[in-house]
Design a protein around this ligand. Structure first.
Ligand SMILES: NC(=O)c1ccc[n+]([C@@H]2O[C@H](COP(=O)([O-])OP(=O)(O)OC[C@H]3O[C@@H](n4cnc5c(N)ncnc54)[C@H](O)[C@@H]3O)[C@@H](O)[C@H]2O)c1
Length: 437
């Protein structure tokens, strides 16, 4: 692919559309507003705090990423969203209980004005919740057209010049791609027939992509990860990315596993368990939704450790992931990892990781970075799957036939090299021989 010859400037407002206005979405919106008011710092966000080295180590050129590439500014962001519940963003944030009431009070007026549009919802895909704020059309195609209409109306009322959608809705039941997802034509026919393999998240994806709006998928459900939508993204010149935000336990896994492999340490087993008590945890009690999450969480180790290349180190690895709903913890998830490794002469050792994290505090800056980078990609004319954003995902989407990169440090290098490439700077290979000539 040719380097973009021109990146359109980030002029005017950027509208962020969020299907699902729960814990992650409201923590993200509240956070952006608190940062805009100068009342908090955007910790965890590469676009706001990260720097990028350009040229040689001796050149002393390390601008902030936000000054190097033309990103939208926080002051230009406006928000919209959909949810099955009627709560406005303030009520939903208060209910999620992630941010304390003092912080929420500072943005109460702002959040209260963000009211959810009616959701396209199918109870078969999210079994453990139900809400009144849903579309009534007679089939899934009508719902999808209504979403398109919502997008057009939001574009007009918010006066946004550009839009990005980021799925922050509940995790839907596990689904494998099938015939109805294979082409745009079959997908439309299936929507009209209310086919059971068309999930609501796919309707938001279809509506966004056919409206020319980039789409990121923060959950493990397929959504935009099907050939029909990918073809539409390509044909409509729309950037897409997914899937499943990489926040706590998998972030740690994709830091530790590359270290074991780099040092040729063996792995006998990795047992990961989580307790959490937010709505996400409640939804994941359903075996269908859990399966989507489990698949997404299991993939990383296999790809990083490559047992087919190192059978004596990794082929017998036992990997287990558990998630339990435990209401007292709310959004403050505890993720335990017991890792059985072995070293020189096969002698066993153990590592224990106990991450007392805050799920939505980790996810919110990811949403911000993703929407800003997708808007950048869109203005640069980069269409289809944006693999350079793998850094943010548990199950990175790739071109067919390509295995995903899960190693956080490879992903970080890929992201920064893509920014250098977009701006016509030399890529950094870390060879460094020139310093010794
Ligand atoms: N927080 C994290 O660390 C993290 C990490 C990875 C992925 N995720 C994923 O992000 C998503 C959001 O997480 P959360 O903690 O905000 O969950 P949440 O339950 O607080 O919010 C999800 C919201 O989506 C709404 N919803 C469900 N189906 C919908 C539909 N069809 N249309 C519109 N709205 C719908 C629900 O009513 C709910 O308010 C989940 O899928 C979760 O698995 C979160």
């Amino acid at each position: 692919m040719e380097k973009p010859s021109r990146i359109a400037p980030a002029k005017g407002k950027l509208g962020i559309l969020l299907p699902g206005m729960g814990a992650v979405s409201t923590t993200f919106m509240a956070g952006v507003e608190l940062v805009r008011k100068g009342k908090a710092r955007p910790v965890g966000s590469l676009t706001q705090l990260g720097t990028i080295r350009l040229g040689k180590r001796t050149d002393g050129r390390t601008p902030k990423i936000g000054e190097f590439v033309p990103l939208a500014e926080l002051k230009d962001i406006v928000f919209g969203g959909w949810d099955i519940f009627n709560d406005n963003a303030y009520q939903s944030a208060a209910n999620a209980g992630v941010l304390n009431l003092q912080d929420l009070a500072k943005v109460k007026g702002f959040l209260s004005q963000i009211k959810p549009m009616k959701a396209a919802f199918d109870h078969n895909f999210v079994k453990l919740i139900d809400g009144p704020n849903i579309k009534k059309g007679k089939n899934k195609y009508e719902w999808a057209l209504e979403i398109k209409d919502d997008i057009a109306k939001f574009r007009k009322s918010s006066r946004a010049t550009r839009l990005v959608t980021c799925w922050c809705g509940s995790t839907e039941s596990f689904l494998k791609p099938s015939e109805v997802h294979s082409t745009p034509e079959k997908f439309v026919a299936a929507m009209k027939k209310n086919h059971p393999a068309i999930a609501p998240s796919m309707l938001y994806a279809w509506a966004s992509v056919t409206s020319g709006v980039p789409y990121a998928n923060g959950a493990p459900n397929l959504s935009v990860d099907i050939p029909a939508i990918q073809k539409l993204a390509h044909d409509n010149n729309v950037a897409i990315a997914g899937k499943d935000f990489k926040t706590g336990q998998t972030l740690m896994k994709t830091v530790l596993a590359p270290a074991f492999k780099a040092r040729m340490l063996g792995l006998e087993g990795w047992f990961s368990t989580n307790i959490l008590g937010n709505r996400d945890g409640e939804v994941l009690e359903d075996p269908g939704s859990f399966k989507s999450k489990e698949q997404s969480k299991l993939g990383a180790l296999e790809y990083i450790l490559q047992p087919e290349l190192y059978p004596e180190l990794y082929s017998k690895m036992y990997h287990k992931v558990r998630i339990n709903y435990y209401p007292p913890r709310g959004d403050n998830k505890e993720g335990w990892d017991n890792i059985d490794i072995f070293g020189w002469l096969g002698y066993p050792m153990q590592i224990k990781v106990d991450f007392l994290c805050r799920d939505s505090i980790l996810a919110a800056p990811i949403v911000l970075d993703l929407v800003l980078f997708l808007d950048l990609a869109q203005r640069a004319g980069m269409r289809g799957i944006q693999e350079w954003l793998s850094f943010y995902f548990k199950s990175p989407m790739t071109a067919p036939g390509l295995y995903p990169e899960h190693d956080l440090f490879i992903q970080s290098m890929k992201l920064k090299n893509t920014l250098r490439w977009m701006m016509g700077e030399d890529l950094i290979t870390h060879l460094g021989q020139e310093y010794y000539d």
